[in-house]
Write a protein that binds this ligand. Structure first.
Ligand SMILES: Nc1nc2c(ncn2[C@@H]2O[C@H](COP(=O)(O)OP(=O)(O)O)[C@@H](O)[C@H]2O)c(=O)[nH]1
Ligand SMILES: [Mg+2]
Length: 234
């Protein structure tokens, strides 16, 4: 991919993130050094998230086009897939709408992806000295990441990171089926299978300040491990 990027699409799934989304939109608007569109895929939030997003183009965001897609069906993966289908940019950034990722590092993700000629660059949270990740998620992530690296011959430190820069052309070559948290792992499996180059850079992870996680750690852990095992035979 050339380093002349005409558009970056930031895809953000939201479900009741009213206390987090404003800051994310403002940060992307201010910090992301590329022409950009922001695609919010909302699961019919009832806490005011929708109102903030609908109002963003006129009141909040100056330097990007904010688009809202409502996807009432539940699922993190479904929301991201829907947003990615609508993305126009050559580079797609996926990031949560809960304020836990350092969204200004999107520049670094893109830079690293271009510099290494990779199809994807992921933000690993494992080197953040603040250790904001809970113990259960940390251990689960380590087990999942170890299994994934062994079976797919990769060297990631954080397969569950939801903050990634991805080339649009790579996304177009792959069909996704996962509708929930296992989507992030399905992407890594399918990209590995195709021999796509993937890299990672360290970034920060913050404690959620507003709202609750929608993740059910045990269910998601089982779903993700099943996806990893199923992927070997696919
Ligand atoms: N549209 C939509 N967004 C979702 C859904 N589930 C989670 N999200 C969003 O996806 C992101 C990650 O979810 P989160 O609950 O923070 O999971 P965690 O980061 O694993 O704790 C957040 O921005 C959520 O608001 C869903 O069913 N639909
Ligand atoms: Mg979260």
């Amino acid at each position: 991919m050339t380093s002349k990027i005409e558009m970056v699409s930031i895809v953000i799934p939201t479900l009741n993130e009213a206390g987090n989304i404003r800051n994310i939109l403002e940060t992307i608007d201010r910090e992301l050094a590329y022409p950009k569109e922001i695609i919010i895929v909302d699961g019919n939030s009832t806490d005011g998230t929708l109102e903030i997003v609908k109002d963003a183009n006129s009141n909040l965001v100056k330097d990007a086009d904010v688009r809202l897609i409502v996807e009432p069906r539940r699922g993190y993966g479904l929301a991201l897939r829907k947003g990615m289908k609508a993305a126009k940019g050559e580079i797609v950034i996926m990031v949560d709408g809960d304020g836990t990722y350092e969204v200004k590092h999107a520049n670094r993700l893109i830079h690293r992806m271009l510099e290494t000629d990779a199809e994807m660059c992921l933000a690993t949270r494992m080197y953040d000295p603040n250790k904001a990740m809970g113990l259960f998620n940390f251990v689960g992530n380590k087990i999942i990441t170890f299994c994934f690296n062994m079976l797919y011959k990769q060297n990631f430190s954080d397969t569950q990171s939801g903050f990634r820069a991805i080339s649009h052309s790579a996304l177009e070559k792959v069909n996704f089926k996962e509708t929930d948290m296992a989507f992030a792992t399905e992407m890594l499996i399918k990209f590995s299978r195709r021999g796509f180059k993937m890299v990672e850079i360290p970034s920060n992870y913050k404690v959620r300040k507003y709202g609750k996680t929608k993740l059910k750690p045990l269910n998601s852990g089982i779903e993700i491990l099943t996806t990893i095992l199923k992927g070997i035979r696919a």
